[in-house]
Design a protein around this ligand. Structure first.
Ligand code: GAL
Length: 716
């Protein structure tokens, strides 16, 4: 039999199609940790977010979580590899609600939306662009899906309709002539979420089982190595000084804080501490800081930690430029190299330099700026490396963008870890599997509502978010923003373009002209009150972070994570839980009142002690110097006598506030500054009130007492 050329090619195509169909169906499903399944198919990328995760899954704790059950068979996830890339379709039922995709800025419940989680510094139009994108969503049916890719991926969250045989005709589906009928039939409810990963030749998908959303997140965080436990001083107040401050101005600012008894643990230096900042030299600018070691040491004596601003684009004048020249991408940013952090050697050069030059000298942390990307299609900003960049490791610019912040954090965090020093970093980009990095995200965007929304969303992605305070429209605005900052993972004032603290002058221009507000001292006193509250809350927050580390429970969570059955919380994006017993409902300058929904159970207004029945909505107003928080019945809320800063030997004097006839709470005690806790050197203090008496029971092997229980007070 002879086969002509054309027939041969036809046969070849059939053969190829058959092979690709066979190939496409070959998937491997493995249980990689208790309740975590991995589906692998095709030729997967060498570098994916998980490939960079060196932290070990906390298997023993994961085993103790209640067993989860998927609402579908894992084999029902359809995966197709085509010449476009990989298309994944995950079953979705009519009632399901979806959350996540990283630090989303403008949306909360993602059901019915199309999201493209792409790293970006000024996320616009709610397309999915964010400082910290994750290709990970969680369903209220109790499971999570993570597409392990650093390629730009689009998720259609139940928004597509296929051209298949049973599609109704237009006439049938419109059904009537009223406007309601006309538009009512517009919606198309797909029975699946589809994820489109262009360019991929294969894919890995992680499926996290529940049984509920909280356990999904626990599994995810524990799988990523356990949540971050920042240095305890990091939970105090951070103040970043103006970008062009000199050494004596920093010293003056430090004195201002101490003289006026305004709590502050960390002073952050902004760009001008370096000889070159855009791009970075990582060399002290001696004109501005003649004696950096003196500064670090004298600040330490006064109880301040110094944090240095930088980014990762390496200036030609930098001592590490030569070593990194051939270990960087083929495009420059601000004339600086873009180190190939996917290459362990490049990371090591960068990390070693930081270790020897800064960490050993006593620098307590870094602000890792500019590691996101500029607006892709919106706005005028065009900095950062292009998507078509190439890196020696093999990554292209798109993939590098998605993981650049992740790898930057990892490089710096590991320096501290290897030196057995804990830290609390700032970072402007992150990604999946970052739960164990003690790095708070921040943003130049400044919409207060969006800031609150990001606190709520952070819990769905193992991220830490700090809504910073800068200038303000009104004193009310300043106070409301300060309340939110105090009720977040990091209490941060970012005065990088302000001469004076914003509470002395809210207006940027006047502030920089040293024209202080007439009532500056009163506003200062009001802010002091809020910051003192923050310091009182530190032991409680620290315990919430310990629960994040050891149990994977996000310290800041949407209500729907704790109350997944309550339909009324499905779309609440402006209230959140802090730790086990506090519900926060921040106000903005827009109104003096707001609505608060309290889920089923009994709650107490923190400010008045008033008992409130849950399952209902209330209208609340909160004074500037109070906090809009509600305490869940059954909680022992341990509040410390405020200190101005946290020393290695600070003892927290605690009053236990009891909410309800029977109540429990917990405190975590360790040195707060080393990784001793990972070797078991810590105590748990369980707080129990059983009707008439409070009892604190300490267990563990940490020898020094940092927690002193002073008294118990029943809130009636
Ligand atoms: C921005 C950063 C600001 C500030 C500034 C200094 O990119 O978000 O917080 O640090 O750089 O140039």
């Amino acid at each position: 039999m002879t086969i002509r050329k054309r027939e041969f090619f036809c046969l070849l195509t059939v053969f190829q199609l058959t092979m690709s169909a066979v190939f496409a169906q070959q998937r491997q499903i493995t249980e990689v940790a208790p309740g975590v399944k991995k589906i692998t198919i095709g030729q997967t990328d060498q570098f994916s977010p998980y490939s960079f995760c060196d932290e070990k899954p906390q298997v023993a704790t994961m085993q103790k979580l209640p067993a989860g059950k998927l609402p579908f068979n894992v084999n029902d996830i359809a995966i197709n590899i085509t010449d476009r890339g990989v298309l994944i379709e995950i079953p979705l039922d009519d009632k399901e609600q979806l959350y996540g995709f990283g630090l989303q800025i403008g949306s909360f419940n993602q059901r019915g939306l199309r999201k493209k989680p792409v790293v970006n510094d000024n996320p616009s139009n709610d397309l999915g662009y964010t400082h910290a994108p994750t290709t990970f969503y969680v369903s209220n049916k109790g499971y999570g899906i993570l597409v392990n890719t650093s390629r730009y991926t689009t998720f259609y969250c139940g928004t597509t309709a296929k051209n298949v045989n049973d599609v109704k005709t237009a006439a049938q589906s419109n059904g009537g002539n009223s406007v309601d009928e006309l538009y009512g039939s517009k919606g198309s409810a797909a029975g699946y979420v589809s994820a489109d990963v262009p360019g991929a030749k294969g894919i890995e998908i992680f499926v996290f089982e529940g049984p509920d959303m909280l356990s999904v997140m626990q599994r995810y965080n524990l799988f990523s190595g356990g949540g971050a436990l920042p240095a305890i001083w990091g939970l105090g107040v951070k103040y970043r000084v103006k970008a062009d401050f000199k050494q004596d101005q920093v010293e003056k600012m430090a004195a201002y804080f101490r003289d006026n008894h305004i709590p502050c643990d960390v002073l952050g230096l902004e760009p001008r501490w370096q000889t070159a900042a855009y791009s970075c030299s990582y060399v002290w600018n001696k004109d501005f800081f003649p004696n950096p070691q003196n500064l670090i040491d004298s600040m330490k004596q006064q109880g301040f930690h110094i944090n240095l601003w930088e980014h990762a684009f390496v200036n030609p004048s930098s001592p590490i430029y030569g070593q990194l020249k051939n270990k960087s991408g083929n495009y420059l940013v601000w004339n600086g190299l873009v180190p190939d952090f996917a290459d362990k050697q490049a990371s090591k050069i960068f990390a070693d330099y930081h270790e020897n030059t800064f960490v050993k000298q006593g620098i307590s942390g870094f602000k890792m700026d500019e590691c996101d990307n500029s607006n892709l299609n919106y706005g005028s900003s065009t900095w950062s490396f292009p998507e078509h960049s190439r890196f020696p490791s093999g990554l292209d610019g798109e993939q590098m963008h998605q993981v650049f912040g992740l790898l930057y954090q990892k490089a710096i965090y590991n320096v501290y870890k290897q030196n057995n020093i804990r830290t609390y970093l700032d970072v402007r980009a992150s990604s999946a599997f970052a739960s164990s990095y003690p790095a708070a995200l921040y943003s130049d965007t400044y919409d207060h509502n969006e800031y609150i929304g990001m606190v709520v969303n952070s819990g769905f992605s193992g991220l830490i978010w700090s809504p910073e305070v800068r200038e303000s429209n009104t004193v009310k605005d300043l106070m409301r923003r300060s309340q939110t900052a105090v009720l977040s993972a990091q209490a941060l004032y970012n005065s990088w373009y302000l001469q004076n603290p914003p509470w002395l002058q809210i207006n940027k221009a006047k502030n920089n002209d040293n024209e202080l507000m007439a009532d500056a001292k009163q506003v200062e006193a009001d802010v002091r009150k809020l910051l003192n509250f923050r310091m009182s809350l530190v032991p409680y927050l620290y315990n919430a972070f310990a629960e994040y580390h050891f149990k994977g429970i996000p310290p800041f969570r949407a209500l729907v994570m704790d109350y997944p059955q309550d339909e009324k919380v499905f779309n609440i994006a402006d209230e959140y839980m802090i730790g086990q017993g506090i519900l926060a409902a921040p106000l903005t300058e827009k109104a003096d009142e707001r609505k608060v929904y309290l889920p089923a159970g009994t709650w107490y207004d923190y400010n008045t002690g008033k008992k409130m029945e849950g399952g209902k909505e209330y209208t609340i107003s909160t004074a500037f110097t109070d906090l809009p928080i509600f305490i869940k019945e059954g909680t022992v809320l341990p509040m410390a006598k405020p200190v101005e800063y946290i020393k290695p030997d600070t003892q927290f004097e605690i009053t236990c506030y009891v909410y309800g006839d029977k109540a429990t709470g917990n405190l975590f005690e360790d040195d707060g500054t080393t990784f001793g806790y990972d070797k078991g050197t810590y105590n748990n203090i369980s707080l129990n009130y059983t009707g008439s008496k409070g009892k604190a029971a300490r267990s563990g092997s940490f020898k020094n007492k940092r927690i002193i229980i002073k008294k118990w007070e029943v809130v009636k």
